[in-house]
Design a binder for this molecule. Structure first.
Ligand code: TRP
Length: 332
């Protein structure tokens, strides 16, 4: 039996070059070795205020971006969280098992409530119990997440323990965080000390997978570098340049040494122009496939339906066990 991997992505922003690099390195391998589920966390997106039209459009757009990036809908179960009602149902059971104190400790809640101080809603607070439900419904073994989500996975693991102590072992599986070997960490273009993130407020910090060529060129040209002139990979002293060289190296397959030689005696501007061309060329087929998919809503709806059907079948098995264990009378 293959182990199960599950990951979700909140439907905000757009996928970035960092996601692209993570994706091409991981998905094709993972989808053969594991039973993989990926979902679009549209319900999680509602914890901050969303324009309904934008949310809907973005949910289609995310599906199209994932497929355009090479996530195979035949080999993976891809679905929208809101299409599988079992997520919110299990979430309620878990909410009733979650001490307020555990949620109070969540750093993401603290950060987000500072950032959205006019909209500190209860959903923002219970966000991690919905996330735990997402994971536990599918008996996931491994959950690929970034650093910022590790605390939520810890809470999810605590909930498995609380649940098992109270209602019995073996109903919910204990998941592990999974730090995929990405090969490369792609950093923000303006602030190379932090990761390139799709939800960054400053657009200049990231390159979206579906960005147009002009914008890509602009963003790379304005990426932060140091005031030195030698093109050399030096993460400590030249983190901005190092980030550009990492992107260059991953996309071209050339080592840092080769790139350093190629650019001996040349200026940073040179490297940036070449890198911009490389990024544009690399993303062009993704963008073309994306544009195609977005024109074909019927096909996207069909993918949503297939994903939702497969996912809910599996989710219901777990939910039935949980409802029975907690003493709810089965519906006749
Ligand atoms: N909270 C995650 C994020 O913002 C998205 C997410 C929701 C998720 N549910 C999940 C990730 C379950 C992994 C597993 O990145």
């Amino acid at each position: 039996m293959k182990k199960t991997i599950l990951s979700g992505s909140t439907v905000t922003g757009d996928l970035t070059l960092g996601n692209y690099i993570g994706a091409i390195n991981n998905w094709t391998k993972l989808q053969d070795e594991y039973d993989c589920l990926y979902f679009l966390a549209d319900l999680h997106a509602l914890t901050v205020q969303q324009d309904p039209k934008v949310l809907k459009e973005r949910t289609y757009s995310f599906l199209a971006q994932y497929v355009a990036l090479g996530l195979d809908p035949q080999k993976n179960i891809i679905f929208a969280q809101s299409h599988v009602h079992q997520h919110t149902e299990l979430s309620w059971i878990l909410t009733c098992l979650t001490p307020m104190g555990n949620l109070n400790r969540m750093t993401q809640f603290k950060e987000k409530s500072e950032k959205h101080s006019k909209n500190i809603n209860a959903g923002l607070f219970t966000y991690p119990t919905l996330m735990a439900a997402d994971i536990l419904l599918y008996q996931a073994d491994k959950v690929p997440v970034g650093e910022d989500q590790k605390q939520h996975i810890e809470l999810c693991r605590d909930l498995v323990t609380y649940f098992s102590n109270r209602y019995g072992e073996g109903i919910l599986k204990m998941p592990e965080p999974f730090i995929a070997k990405m090969g490369a960490r792609i950093m923000s273009l303006q602030d190379p000390s932090k990761k390139m993130s799709k939800s960054d407020e400053n657009e200049k910090n990231f390159i979206a997978v579906i960005e147009d060529a002009k914008k890509i060129e602009k963003k790379i040209k304005s990426a932060t570098t140091d005031s030195d002139t030698v093109i050399k990979y030096d993460l400590q002293n030249k983190p901005g340049l190092a980030n550009l060289l990492t992107i260059y190296s991953v996309l071209s397959g050339k080592s840092y040494e080769t790139l350093e030689k190629d650019y001996e005696g040349k200026m940073y501007g040179h490297l940036k122009v070449d890198l911009a061309n490389l990024v544009v060329e690399t993303l062009a087929p993704v963008k073309a496939k994306y544009d195609d998919l977005m024109k074909n809503r019927d096909y996207l709806d069909q993918l949503f339906k297939i994903g939702a059907d497969k996912a809910s079948q599996r989710a219901q098995v777990t939910l039935d066990k949980v409802y029975t264990a907690v003493g709810l009378v089965p519906r006749q």
